[in-house]
Design a protein around this ligand. Structure first.
Ligand SMILES: NC(=O)c1ccc[n+]([C@@H]2O[C@H](COP(=O)([O-])OP(=O)(O)OC[C@H]3O[C@@H](n4cnc5c(N)ncnc54)[C@H](OP(=O)(O)O)[C@@H]3O)[C@@H](O)[C@H]2O)c1
Length: 324
């Protein structure tokens, strides 16, 4: 059995869940994966982590060798792994850095890469694809849109199908808040509830103002083949929505794009619309295809294990498609 060596960068919720999932599923998958290193801002550089590392990692304290952030690209370059898995935080202000530097360093030094981080993919799509071609290494990023729930990767199963448009609910936090507002809660109450349940961050602005789904619109568009950046998506969040103004319709934060136009905005839907019935923190994506008409996928769009599944899907794609 061939063994694949893996370096994990970012060992928070998703990184730890991915490490656990690998240990849990490696026998079913029939592939031998070895995590030979973990690099994390707080937890440090952990060489050859044992399974017990998870208990220590949960504390958030330094458990390996302390690393400065500017040492990380060098560590990636020197590492002899096959695959680098990147799970660091989204950074909008720096347009996906330093994750983009980590991913590009990994590709340049001959590693395949997996990321769940929207920033580098949405802001540096062309550069990453160019590096992937030039160095003949794969980049996969399923976790950036709808976690492990199939989304754009469904197109792998539909050769030749052309997407005419897509329309979806790509942010679970705002979907939860809008659902609860339809139940009668005020915006602030619904937001507080979403925070208590762990769906919303302490600073929920990326979700509420529509930035998170807009980044996903960019990523979906690029995968489909429509050239657009973050600035090309019209974005309106849910701060000023009063669902009572829409009578019997159900208001959803809809992400829509075709070749010419892309937006994220609160949209009233008739009760018969399939997306109107996607409630709480679920996500959904409808793809309109020339060969099949509309198909819709519904499922979780976030969560530690749900996102780790996306990285595992990417890992198996690399195992099955990389030319070594
Ligand atoms: N959680 C989800 O449901 C979900 C779903 C889809 C996509 N994602 C994406 O997946 C990524 C990871 O999410 P998460 O929930 O695991 O976040 P998290 O719990 O905050 O973990 C991120 C980890 O990366 C570390 N880190 C941050 N910047 C770093 C850097 N420059 N170099 C090295 N380590 C760094 C953090 O260290 P500190 O402890 O020092 O902060 C933290 O341990 C994010 O980009 C997120 O948007 C998450």
């Amino acid at each position: 059995m061939r063994g694949y060596r893996i370096l994990i960068i970012g060992f928070g919720s998703v990184g730890q869940a991915f490490f656990e999932l690998l240990n849990l599923k490696r026998h079913i998958l029939g592939v031998d994966f070895i995590v030979t290193g973990v690099i994390d801002r707080s937890r440090g550089f952990i060489s050859n982590p044992s399974q017990g590392v998870i208990n220590e990692a949960r504390t958030g304290k330094l458990i390996g060798k302390k690393v400065d952030l500017d040492q990380i690209p060098g560590l990636i370059e020197e590492s002899d792994v096959d695959i680098v898995c990147e799970f660091t935080d989204l950074n909008i202000r720096d347009r996906g850095e330093p994750a983009f530097t980590y991913l590009s360093t990994a590709l340049r030094s001959g590693k395949h890469v997996i990321t769940t981080n929207k920033g580098p993919v949405a802001f540096h799509y062309d550069e990453l694809m160019e590096l992937s071609r030039k160095y003949n290494r794969l980049i996969r990023f399923k976790g950036t849109v709808m976690a492990g729930t199939p989304s754009f990767n469904i197109l792998d199963l539909l050769p030749g199908a052309r997407v005419e448009y897509f329309m979806g609910i790509l942010n679970g936090t705002t979907n939860y808040i809008l659902t609860r507002m339809h139940d009668g809660l005020a915006f602030d109450e619904a937001l507080r509830e979403a925070q208590e349940l762990g769906y919303a961050e302490a600073d929920p602005s990326l979700d509420i103002d529509g930035v998170d789904p807009a980044l996903k619109v960019v990523i979906l568009s690029r995968v489909i083949g429509w050239r657009r950046g973050f600035e090309d998506v019209e974005v309106q969040g849910i701060r000023n929505v009063d669902v009572r103004e829409y009578g019997d319709s159900v208001v959803k934060l809809i992400a829509y794009a075709n070749e010419n136009r892309a937006y994220v905005k609160p949209t009233p839907l008739g009760r018969g619309n399939i997306l109107a019935n996607v409630s709480r923190n679920l996500n959904a994506l409808t793809l309109k295809l020339d060969t099949l008409g509309e198909i819709t996928v519904v499922g979780p769009g976030a969560g530690r294990m749900e996102t780790a599944q996306a990285a595992l899907t990417d890992l198996m794609y690399i195992v099955n498609h990389a030319d070594y």
